[in-house]
Design a protein around this ligand. Sequence first.
Ligand SMILES: Nc1ncnc2c1ncn2[C@@H]1O[C@H](COP(=O)(O)OP(=O)(O)OP(=O)(O)O)[C@@H](O)[C@H]1O
Length: 463
Amino acid sequence: MADPKNYSSLTREELLKAIVENPNEATIFIDTQGIIRLINYEYADFLGYKPEELINRPILEVVPQTRLLEVLKTGKPHFGDIWTIRGHQLAVTRLPILKDGQIIGVLGRSMFKDELSLAMEFAKKIKQLEKELASYRAELDQQRRAKYVVGDIIGHSDKMLRLKQKVHKVAQTSSTVLITGESGTGKELFAHAIHNASPRKNRAFVRVNCTSIPTELLESELFGYEEGAFTGARRGGKLGKFELAQGGTIFLDEIGDMNKSMQAKLLRVLQEKEIERIGGTGPVLVDVRVIAATNRNLEEMIMAQQFREDLYYRLNVVMLHIPPLRERKTDIPELAAHLIEKLNRRLRAAVNGLAKEALNLFLQYDWPGNVRELENFLEQAINLSEQDILYPHDFPVLEKRLQKQLAGNPGGRAVRPLQEVVREAETRAILNALAATNHNKKEAARLLGVHRSVLYRKMVKMD
Ligand SMILES: Nc1ncnc2c1ncn2[C@@H]1O[C@H](COP(=O)(O)OP(=O)(O)OP(=O)(O)O)[C@@H](O)[C@H]1O
């Protein structure tokens, strides 16, 4: 080696060698076959070898738990990875090395002197922060997007068509919307669709499930907090969902489950259009459209003094009531076909549809769990069935529930007025014809041997 005082005369090779042999670092290079092509004295010594004993040996033989091969595979570097080997913690950087755009190997460099714990602590912290950041980003991305549009709402019953028209209309305003309906009727789907049909569609859509967040946390979730607002408050504070939804829409799901003190705070936000962060020094103006949903009867809750009447009127500027599935059975064939397609994709199945008898079963059942229940039954059946058409025996639980339903309904089996029986048979025939023709009303009327106008009239009555 050259005289250190004369270091400026070092050749490039001598410099590179000095860098590689730097005793503070373990350095290794593997080629695309995973063969060790270069290893410095420090690292070889640490592994209990001399460098020349390791050159040209597969890395896996020497360090079976190596992560260098991952970098070889993905081409993605690792920075500051904390790695434990032989009881020592190392802060490792692994870099793919390219030549003419092609990966020719991976360089691994580790600081392994234990006294470098400061550097390792630092690397550990960065890693932790990176992890947190990635999970918050993913959460935000997930929460801030509205997934569905009006076209995703399946159903051509009069009730559904009217609701879809209403969605387009209310989407043009910023008015607060209250969506009511039994569980599983599609309230969330409608909330997404309103946002996506509105001028706010390119801004955030933030969903808050008021039930799943404990009461004491809901306030900080909705309004955020300033640094040091309370013990355990995160450094730098936290933005609340209202601020995250700035310019967009906030969807307050299960609003009926919000406690009364939060109801009062929410009322203030709706009145003043501003929020106050916990520990904050002043109000923050928010431009957010509010859509709330509930499957509870808020009017009854008001009478029982569980829901504030003034908040109810603030929320209920536009009301969207999604009828239960049993009140729009004409949607069932189309919904079933849509859900089978959706489930086929998710479960990698290839079910073609429902046998007529299965559809008949569906049309008789009352669907207390609405579209979600329909989806669940189809999912179970698709999972268990070995044929490409689903038959009644693929829905054993549904068959049982239907029997119970009929037994519980005295009119179900006993002698009933002729008019009622005829009407029911007529409804079933119409639904079958619609299912058979993929909802083509003209074609369905032809199959039924009636004029189109007669079919339309009967369908309106059915709804
Ligand atoms: N008209 C529809 N078209 C297509 N899919 C629907 C329709 N209605 C509901 N679904 C599907 O049914 C499931 C339940 O819908 P959603 O979660 O919107 O119901 P919800 O009324 O918000 O229920 P909950 O009150 O229990 O929260 C979802 O998978 C949704 O995509």
